[in-house]
Design a protein around this ligand. Structure first.
Ligand code: ATP
Length: 491
């Protein structure tokens, strides 16, 4: 990350705190690493992103239904899913600084340095070799790479490394009050992904909602991972929220559905009006053994292009594993006729395409894309500045600010009437304090797309001044047109 990029990232973090979007968790006790709380405007923005995703999945697709599964699950779930044995990252410790690194992050940071030094080819071949070693779980090869390239710790500056070890990312806790001879009996995990809550409910949902393949199950909810490297604000957290959808398809059709969801999900991102150039796909080279295809949708964050969402073609791996461990059939009867045989497709374990996006990461995407420190060139030749969040109107925490010019002369009463008319339909904000320019700036800083000023002329002709956040243009329109104008922009 360049100094300039780092400055922007730090400015966004500071802005998020100052304006009530994101606070460090339990800050009065100096915070808890990689855990964050959302403030008054942050919780609204987060909810709006979640609702926008939920609506696009469960309302706009007739064949997708939602569930809300518990965070705690039977511990065997995580045996079956492979998380107990495999949900780990290779890590390495620097013996001098005692700092722990994820091996892939350490090597990627070194490759970034090579890039900035103009040694792009060397960086590329290093990353390709790393992918090969990671896929083969060849830790000796990886360690040799680190040694041979003299990769150093950013704190101690030394190459004094431990061997590479696996580190499981799941949090464990104890369940119930009954003591057992075997302490493992009481262990439950905090779910590291929401997906398994969908898989174990596959038949419950299919039967009760009478779903026919192809169909999807969507869910949003908290997930927990004991991340090794956790210092990128809400990009990588230990407690975070996911929005996941598992789409169940007939075996043999997974290729076309993977392609469909890969395109559909990018369209969803672009529907928020974000510049297409800030997105790219990253197709996975290293695939899980059961996976058929996988890619990430990456976004250009201030910290560089990074994953925001994963699309994975998971074959019948998860349902087959749960069938094996639970000894309960996880099959679907497909009555449609196979044109090749003239008979119904019959019973099978469906294949799955997964779309998985982090809500907090999407929040960071929206926030960093919206943030601007703008210089305003005024007509008299002078300049001014403002910090503005160009949030998509439908996601903005507050849609409309209602601002009486003064606290008297009946203006607050007119403003209150407008508030009462609108507040049932969208979130409004009322303020009488300070000069109007100052009030506009505060609304710019939290991304409110529309401000309405009620002044003395309003009393005469029932018109108000509407001020648009992005252009800062102002125009006079009838008071009774405001609600429809805002609704039109946020639907
Ligand atoms: P990464 O490579 O960044 O660790 P991942 O490939 O492990 O991510 P998935 O398991 O595919 O991520 O999870 C799906 C999505 O959940 C990610 O695309 C990301 O948006 C989000 N996510 C995963 N881990 C975290 C985390 N620690 N903090 C915030 N969001 C996360």
């Amino acid at each position: 990350m360049s100094i300039q990029q780092d400055n922007i990232f730090q400015a966004i973090i500071a802005h998020a705190k100052e304006y009530g979007f994101v606070f460090p968790s339990s800050e009065i006790y100096d915070g808890l690493s990689a855990v964050y709380d959302y403030g008054p405007y942050g919780s609204e923005l987060k909810k709006n992103i979640r609702d926008y995703w939920w609506k696009s999945m469960t309302q706009m697709h007739e064949n997708i239904v939602g569930i809300d599964a518990a965070i705690f699950m039977h511990p065997t779930t995580w045996k079956a899913s492979g998380h107990v044995d495999n949900f780990s990252d290779p890590m390495i410790d620097n013996k001098d600084s005692k700092k722990r690194y994820r091996v892939d992050h350490l090597i990627e940071a070194f490759a970034d340095e090579l890039q900035t030094k103009g040694e792009a080819d060397k960086a590329d071949s290093l990353l390709a070799l790393m992918d090969k070693f990671l896929a083969a779980e060849d830790f000796v090869g990886l360690k040799k790479m680190i040694d041979e390239n003299k990769i150093t710790c950013s704190i101690s500056g030394t190459c004094n490394w431990t061997d590479i070890r696996q580190f499981n990312l799941m949090f464990k806790t104890e369940f119930g009050a009954v003591a057992s001879d075997n302490p493992d009996d009481n262990i439950v995990y905090l779910r590291p992904e929401t997906a398994q809550g969908i898989f174990v409910n596959f038949l419950n949902v299919q039967k009760t909602a009478r779903m026919k393949i192809p169909f999807g199950i969507a869910q949003t909810g908290k997930a927990f991972r004991n991340e090794i490297v956790a210092r990128q604000f809400i990009f990588r957290m230990r407690e975070f929220e996911q929005m996941e959808m598992q789409f169940f398809v007939r075996p043999g059709t997974e290729g076309e559905w993977y392609k469909f969801w890969k395109e559909e999900r990018l369209k969803w991102h672009l529907s928020l009006g974000i510049n297409e150039n800030k997105y790219r796909y990253h197709n996975h080279v290293k695939l899980a053994h059961y996976a058929k295809e996988a890619c990430d949708i990456e976004f250009e964050f201030p910290i560089g292009f990074k994953e925001v969402e994963g699309i994975h073609s998971r074959s019948d791996f998860d349902l087959t594993q749960h069938q094996l461990y639970s000894k309960k059939k996880q099959q679907y009867f497909d009555a449609d006729v196979n044109p090749e045989t003239g008979k119904p497709y019959g019973n099978y374990v469906p294949y799955v395409i997964e779309t998985s996006i982090g809500l907090d990461r999407m929040f960071l995407l929206i926030l960093s894309n919206a943030y601007e420190e703008e210089t305003i060139h005024k007509e008299d030749g002078t300049t001014d500045s403002r910090t503005v969040l160009h949030l998509p109107s439908k996601l903005a925490p507050i849609k409309l600010a209602v601002l009486p010019l003064t606290k008297k002369d009946g203006l607050p009463e007119i403003a209150r009437t407008l508030m009462n008319e609108c507040k049932n339909s969208f979130k409004c904000f009322y303020e009488e304090k300070d000069a109007i320019g100052k009030r506009y700036r505060r609304m710019d800083a939290i991304g409110t797309p529309f401000c309405v000023t009620i002044d003395h002329q309003t009393k005469e002709d029932n018109t108000v001044t509407i001020r648009y956040r992005d252009s800062m243009k102002q125009e006079r329109i009838p008071l009774d047109k405001i609600k429809a104008l805002v609704l039109n922009e946020i639907m």
